[in-house]
Design a protein around this ligand. Structure first.
Ligand SMILES: *Cc1c(COP(=O)(O)O)cnc(C)c1O
Length: 371
């Protein structure tokens, strides 16, 4: 049995510190914001190299609050990638804006900057790239377009804490960077959580007000807000785990290199391509079966499952083809690279505690099932 993700194995390595942090927070009864959240915000800002960090209730809420704090309004268009988790698009729609999908690069599966400009209209107000699986999007080119066209840039870093482009951490290129502490992410809590990082005092301050019902001082609302605070127990857990983050990312990178060395001889399999200027933090290790359709890929998923190997498809539906977005008028064939990739990808276990022997087992199985 090889699980997709083994949170218990990681907990066992840091149990004493985690337990002490939880007991400390409970003993101090500082459950709402307070010291644990403030400490984590300072440490995440320092880790990313940003001026401000604002703890929020999830990665999804980080995106919603960041969009509002950046001034995105109902009817505005936001350019984004269709190859992402549903939450990216959901956040755009939740603020009343319209998602505009741009096809992806065949190498990294991130938004293709070469195809952004043709989608910019008078209504376009922002670009929202996702650093998918932990590989930075072509962020310098995207920054250039945003600057030239006076668009806001909000980075979805839910899968990419610790990733870098030219030595600079993702989340710090645009107006706001949005992180998720969902348990299975590279830096996961023991429940939901998220964070916005920014160098803009205004964006940071607005996000702080939005997360507590739009109140600047208690009971006096200055805008329509949310209850979207980061839970203090989660903050205290994540703050312990942050100390180990770089070590865990290193293990993920080592595991990825080992996988790729073993998988490269397989004719049907494409291993992840890494831009030479990028640091890929491998929240996910995703391979692609060349020439496969969804049915053939799903057959491999099923066989791996029968052998007790956890794997997943991230994501089986390009977001422009989700039924709930039919109102925007996209149809099959509009974004051919995204549509091909959705049918061919498969994500293998890559958690830091995974051993080379376990990777050998996974690779053997993939080799047998792709013949
Ligand atoms: C996980 C994820 C989110 C949402 O984060 P939650 O903390 O689960 O709300 C958003 N975008 C991407 C790309 C994600 O992977």
């Amino acid at each position: 049995m090889i699980p997709f993700c083994d949170l218990k194995a990681q907990y066992d390595t840091i149990k004493d510190e985690i337990d002490a942090a939880i007991i400390d927070t409970i003993s101090n009864s500082s459950f709402i914001l307070g010291k644990p959240v403030k400490a984590l915000e300072e440490n995440i800002a320092a880790y990313c190299g940003s001026k401000y960090a604002v703890g929020v209730s999830s990665g999804t809420d980080a995106l919603v609050l960041a969009l509002i704090a950046c001034g995105i309004k109902p009817g505005d268009e936001v350019i984004t990638t269709p190859v992402t988790f549903v939450a990216t698009i959901e956040a755009i729609v939740r603020v009343g804006a319209v998602p505009v999908f741009v096809d992806i690069e065949e190498t990294t599966y991130n938004i293709d900057p070469g195809k952004i400009e043709e989608k910019i209209s008078e209504k376009t107000k922002a670009i929202l790239p996702v650093h998918l699986y932990g590989h930075p999007a072509s962020i310098e080119r995207i920054c250039e377009i945003a600057r030239q066209k006076s668009l806001k840039l909000i980075e979805d870093c839910a899968q990419s804490i610790g990733s870098e482009y030219r030595g600079k951490k993702v989340g710090t290129f645009g107006d706001a960077g949005c992180f998720s502490f969902f348990p299975a992410k590279t830096l996961g809590g023991y429940g939901d959580g998220g964070m916005i990082v920014t160098d803009s005092e205004e964006v940071g301050e607005t996000a702080r007000v939005l997360r507590v019902h739009g109140c600047k001082t208690k009971n006096y609302q200055v805008m329509h807000g949310f209850n979207a605070r980061l839970d203090a127990l989660q903050a205290s857990i994540i703050d312990v785990k942050l100390k180990y983050l770089d070590k865990w990312i290193k293990s993920r990178i080592d595991n990825a290199a080992y996988y790729s060395k073993k998988l490269e001889p397989l004719e049907n399999v494409s291993t992840p391509k890494i831009d030479e200027l990028a640091k890929h933090s491998f929240n996910y290790y995703t391979i692609r079966f060349n020439g496969y359709d969804a049915e053939k890929r799903d057959a491999v998923v099923k066989k791996l499952g029968e052998e007790g190997i956890g794997c997943g498809v991230y994501y089986p539906v390009s977001q422009h083809l989700q039924g709930v977005y039919s109102e925007y008028g996209y149809k099959k064939g509009d974004l051919p690279v995204s549509e091909m990739v959705q049918d061919q990808i498969l994500t293998l276990p890559i958690f830091p505690e995974l051993t080379h022997a376990q990777i050998d087992t996974v690779v053997d199985a993939v080799a047998r099932f792709t013949g």
